[in-house]
Design a protein around this ligand. Structure first.
Ligand SMILES: [Zn+2]
Length: 296
């Protein structure tokens, strides 16, 4: 039975990219923090179903919630990086990106004492032309990325249309990096986003269910994602556009119930398990050691 990836982008409800024009980063500390209780509910659900998950954590949150990050790691889940302050890669210089992923990795490793292997860009914002971010991840000691969403989206702020849909190696000049893309659904020759988030809350449950079953038929793990604030119908409402309101606040009341069903229907584990299996199966050819021991 295939174990899929259950992933959480660990951030506060006021830090999502859709609110960035309304909420200044310098004001973040003024908002009520709700992430500890939201994550508590997620940890309960995961424990009830004996599931492991990967938490992509914002450095900004980790610095303020050390006990929470420790509790997640102690419960057997993987701690990975979501960058420092939710800046999209499309809005960063190379050096800003490097500082962000380095600082976040350092803080998380200091808290848990375990190496941070994985990264997911805020809003899946490694898009065509921003591949330098992948090289910086390799150089900064990351082993895998989960940012390339293999769909075409209007506006080009996220989506990597040429990306492969299943876990694979990226062979960068600086070294190998495993890529763990969010799950998509193959439908009538199209590839549709079906990995979680708003697609999970607003569209029929069958969408994510079918996408994960398709992965099983291919014999590969799918990658599901959710945010702590998606389980929090009581979060304070921010004054945003109608469309953002629908996307952010729609379906919040049914998230926990749907997660319970998803966790019952599928087996889930952390991404690090798949990366370990990929590594055991061998690095891509161009990164294998050039000299092999001679066979007698
Ligand atoms: Zn995020």
């Amino acid at each position: 039975m295939v174990a899929h990836h259950f992933t959480i982008d660990l951030e506060e409800y006021f830090q999502v990219s859709a609110f960035a024009s309304r909420v200044a980063r310098s004001d973040w500390d003024r908002f009520e923090s709700r992430v500890t209780r939201e994550v508590g509910r997620l940890l309960e659900l995961l424990a009830q179903h004996n599931a492991r998950a990967t938490f992509f954590v914002l450095g900004w949150v980790a610095q303020r919630k050390v006990a929470l990050i420790r509790a997640i790691a102690l419960a057997g889940h993987e701690i990975a990086s979501h960058g420092w302050d939710h800046a999209r890669v499309t809005d960063q210089t190379r050096s800003q990106f490097r500082q962000s992923v380095r600082r976040t990795k350092d803080v998380l490793e200091e808290i848990t004492g375990a190496p941070v292997l994985g990264f997911r860009a805020p809003s899946f914002s490694i898009v065509p032309g921003r591949e330098w971010a992948l090289d910086i991840l390799v150089e900064e000691g990351y082993r895998y990325d989960s940012s390339l969403f293999p769909v075409r989206r209007p506006g080009g702020r996220y989506g990597y249309p040429g990306g492969l849909p299943d876990p694979h190696w990226l062979t960068r000049d600086v070294g190998p990096l495993a890529e763990i893309p969010p799950t998509t659904l193959r439908w009538c020759g199209l590839r549709l986003p079906a990995g979680g988030g708003a697609y999970f809350r607003l569209l029929p449950y069958g969408l994510v269910h079918s996408a994960l079953r398709q992965c099983e038929r291919r014999g590969v793990p799918g990658t599901f994602y959710i945010h702590p604030w998606e389980l929090d119908p009581a979060q304070p409402r921010l004054g945003v556009s109608w469309l953002t309101r629908v996307r952010h606040y729609g379906g919040l009341r049914r998230t926990a119930q749907r997660l319970d069903r998803l966790l019952a229907d599928f087996r889930f584990t952390a991404v690090r398990d798949t990366v370990a299996a990929l590594s055991a199966a061998g690095l891509p050819a161009r990164h294998e050691p050039a000299v092999r021991s001679a066979v007698a």
